[in-house]
Design a binder for this molecule. Structure first.
Ligand code: SF4
Length: 322
């Protein structure tokens, strides 16, 4: 029954995508990174979609925070007015993705900047699936696949994302989704059966700290994680770590207690130390670069041991050895 329901939801989404394809609903992508070993198991190709509901003070991809609607407005390539005039043809709000996230971004008052040094491009589903399938030999050899990342892939047009995942499945490409978790749960539910692994970020459990550092509450993020686990998803937790912000043993203990209380059992925990690679991007965008430091190597070792001692597989960096 549940299987039938998922199939019917998915068909609904795919039909919707094909129905609106002529209206150019493809989200913008700001990077496709081949041979990535930091975005899940094996060798992967990572697709970076534009737009994110969060505004982390340390964001490594500030050039990707502008959403597809914002780019469309700048480039004059699409017509948001047409979208609103076709309100009646749209999916219910929970499936719509990008439009829903625009509200959140406006609330935050930060729309994101277009980076003149970045190429933004909207790909059709078929084009992108073909591109990602080119590296299938490496995926098969290494246990890798494609990772949909960003930005936040689940804040995009979900009909597109779902159709893309269907196409990748047909081409035998395993798919992981790298998510900040702050989207309506319906976005997860719609792609659960198409996703081999969720790479799920937890920044910190203290909500006021979370609001200060990311611009949003972590309430929905945690609720979604708990629900995703109940729904049987394969999950790898990703913990971005910044010295003096969220790299204390007490921070880890709090997360471990939460996981235990919610019976969330990630397959792997990735400790992701902050790095300053994005400084040049901030300068290019005319923004002040973030002033954070990575935890010391000894601290990272301590945290890794903490997770081992707590019964979890864990490693430093985004590669996964499950
Ligand atoms: S969730 Fe990721 S992409 Fe979004 S603002 Fe934070 S670091 Fe940047």
């Amino acid at each position: 029954m549940a299987k039938e329901l998922k199939k019917s939801i998915n068909n609904h989404i795919v039909n919707y995508y094909h129905g609106c394809a002529s209206r150019q609903y493809e989200p913008y992508i700001f990077n496709i990174q081949r041979f990535s070993i930091h975005d899940g198991p094996g060798i992967r190709t990572t697709v970076f979609f534009c737009g994110c509901p969060l505004r982390c003070k340390w964001c490594h991809n500030p050039e990707g925070l502008i959403n597809s609607a914002g780019l469309s407005n700048l480039e004059g390539g699409r017509e948001p007015e047409n979208r609103s005039s076709q309100e009646g043809e749209r999916e219910p709000e929970s499936w719509s993705g990008q439009e829903g996230m625009c509200d959140r971004e406006s609330r935050n008052g930060q729309e994101g900047e277009r980076d003149p040094g970045t190429t933004y491009r909207a790909w059709s589903v078929g084009e992108l699936a073909d591109e990602l399938a080119k590296d299938r030999i490496f995926y098969d050899e290494s246990g890798g696949g494609a990772t949909l990342s960003g930005g936040e892939p689940l804040s995009c047009n979900m009909a597109y994302i779902s159709a893309l995942m269907e196409e990748l499945g047909r081409r035998g490409v395993s798919v992981a989704i790298d998510t900040c978790g702050d989207v309506p749960y319906a976005a997860f539910a719609g792609v659960l059966h198409l996703t081999d692994l969720f790479l799920y970020d937890i920044k910190m459990l203290d909500d006021s700290k979370h609001i200060f550092y990311t611009g949003v509450s972590n309430k929905r993020i945690l609720e979604n994680l708990s629900q995703l686990s109940r729904d049987g998803a394969a999950i790898c937790l990703r913990l971005p770590l910044l010295a003096g912000v969220n790299d204390g043993l007490d921070d880890m203990e709090r997360i471990a207690r939460w996981l235990e209380a919610k019976q969330v059992k990630p397959k792997f925990i990735s400790l992701l130390p902050y790095h300053a690679y994005a400084r040049g991007k901030y300068t290019r965008l005319g923004l002040a670069p973030p002033a954070f430091d990575a935890p010391h190597a000894e601290r990272l070792d301590e945290l890794r041991h903490f997770w081992f001692a707590s019964g979890f597989k864990a490693g430093v960096g985004g590669g996964i050895n499950m």
